[in-house]
Design a protein around this ligand. Sequence first.
Ligand code: AMP
Ligand code: MG
Length: 348
Amino acid sequence: MKTNYWIVENNVDSDKSCPQIVEASQFLKDDEVIAFPTETVYGLGANAKSDAAVDKIFSAKGRPSDNPLIVHISNKEQLAELVEEIPPAAETFMEKFWPGALTIIFKKKEGVLSERVTAGLDTVAIRMPDHQVALALIEAADLPIAAPSANVSGRPSPTTAQHVIKDLAGKISGVINGGETGVGVESTVVDCTSEVPVILRPGGVTKEQLEEVSGPVQVDPSLKKGEGAPKSPGMKYTHYAPDAPLVLLDGSVDWIQSLIDEKRQEGLKVGMLTTEENKDSFQAEHILFCGSRSDLGTVAHSLYDVLRSFNESDVDIIFSETFPQEGVGMAIMNRLQKAAGYQLLKEK
Ligand code: AMP
Ligand code: MG
């Protein structure tokens, strides 16, 4: 399959009448799949009303069919067609965080969206992305757009068009290159169908931010240990993993270095995922740093790019620092724990 490629300049080519957007949106209207930038990660979009179109997302990604997709909209008026009701908490969250990195679970209206989007659930996940190109594309297509991250299932999500091309060239109808994404981790998924809102997946909007506008918010307990059945079907799958095994290390620089040394003595090549603050503190075969501990937003921004970069080296094992579970740190640790298959060692 030919994969078309469009380059857009954010904030310039951000209108639904821009030629690249018009061309790309025609593929969506024709039930084909297109990758596009959002403020979180690149999405792989298709007409959410069409079984044929949505099937193409699952087959291009190799995504398990029981993992439902997030539906992207460009204005709140589109909600009326898609959901049964808008609970007060959802109203508050939309007001404050849309457009933005927050996905809200609603009771769905039957018979509107492809059943494949919701994987047979009676709820639907909806988000309005905070990205001019994404909004213009959805508006031009004049459709609700189902869009998971534009990567092969299991791999780190794409934060550049190059990541998308590496994973999906030849398997999708096109990629819109709008440069690097900003937030770098996916949206927060919050279920607003229960009395108290529940975070099913931590992401770009933090628990603290949600609580500031709505009072207490719960976190799906299965997220903490990676055990039990998560309420969000997708959370049970291994995800974000680089090729070499990853182990998270919660301890001092000296202790981490002693573990690196042990592995090197066994003849293994060791990769170390560290931060600006510690980048000169370790000796290993391949040292990469993602952002600064003093601003966890910078860690989120470059996390997936760094995880992908380890695949360009020939390391046998990767060690990573851990992060405080506050603010966007909750999303960072969730992704790292999943990438590591929950292998975490603590210094005694
Ligand atoms: P992705 O598309 O890879 O960003 O993942 C979307 C996430 O939203 C996955 O964890 C899904 O399981 C979750 N999700 C989508 N729809 C629903 C829903 N109706 N109920 C609960 N979780 C959902
Ligand atoms: Mg994904």
